[in-house]
Ligand binder design. Sequence first.
Ligand SMILES: NC(=O)c1ccc[n+]([C@@H]2O[C@H](COP(=O)([O-])OP(=O)(O)OC[C@H]3O[C@@H](n4cnc5c(N)ncnc54)[C@H](O)[C@@H]3O)[C@@H](O)[C@H]2O)c1
Length: 273
Amino acid sequence: MTNPFSIKGKTIIISGANGFLGRHLFEYVIKNNGIPILIDIDDKNILKSRCKKFIKNKKLIFKIDITNNTEVKNTFKIIKKRFKKVHSLVNLAALAMPQMKNENNYFNSFENYNFELWKNANDINLNGIFLVTQEVVKLMKKNNYGSIVNMSSDISIISPDHDIYKPDLKMNYKGVKFNTPISYVVSKTGILGFSRYLATYLAKKNIRVNSISPSGVYNKQPQKFVQKLSTKIPLGRMAKPEEVINAIIYLISDASSFTTGSNLVVDGGRTII
Ligand SMILES: NC(=O)c1ccc[n+]([C@@H]2O[C@H](COP(=O)([O-])OP(=O)(O)OC[C@H]3O[C@@H](n4cnc5c(N)ncnc54)[C@H](O)[C@@H]3O)[C@@H](O)[C@H]2O)c1
């Protein structure tokens, strides 16, 4: 019997491939004999990967801004010529925490929230995803096959707990300089509607569309913050990157062949309490 989770020989486009989860994903794909096509505005981390030789030889990197329609369209002209078939798209690109941390204003209070930053987050997290997905769907429709996974977050289901970022004298916690801003929450919630719309729209073309809502993934966040957040999670800890990657692999592979329009919640129980 063939392994339904296999991604061997499958061409998988990853937007946001240079990011924390993107790197874990493309390394998994290469290790398991798939072909990742790597889209990101930056490629520094990709080029540090232990797979960089394979990636360079196969010309798998497309360094573009996904909010730029011309760049996206030109990229897909090349992808169409270079690869016979695109099996999957994983939309990870986002204005997420690592990028937000470089710009303190992203964490301003709602009353003082900068309109340009609000628009910028929505531009990447929704408009950029729209442009990339539009081009991928054109390719997938020709083959009557495809699976698209859009990355959302647990805050598309529950509102952020604003207190976990604030000092807590009882546990000698000084608080942190970041939080989950409204621009992130709204754009990640939009991903759910985007995915459901496309799931019904593309079902007859044998193209499945799902989203994933993970809670925070451990990435060396301050220890007291991790402790504080973990008390909100029934399984008592943050996610490991491979636990999110496994969910992505399930949804892009034939193991999930009867699943479309779903939102897979990978949150240690965070959203059920
Ligand atoms: N890491 C977590 O704890 C967590 C939890 C829940 C959901 N998520 C979601 O998972 C996805 C990946 O998260 P991550 O932690 O790897 O984030 P990350 O910030 O490390 O990666 C995001 C990537 O998107 C790229 N990007 C940003 N703007 C772009 C643009 N205009 N054009 C092209 N690329 C652009 C960045 O360069 C970066 O490499 C995101 O959608 C995030 O919202 C992450």
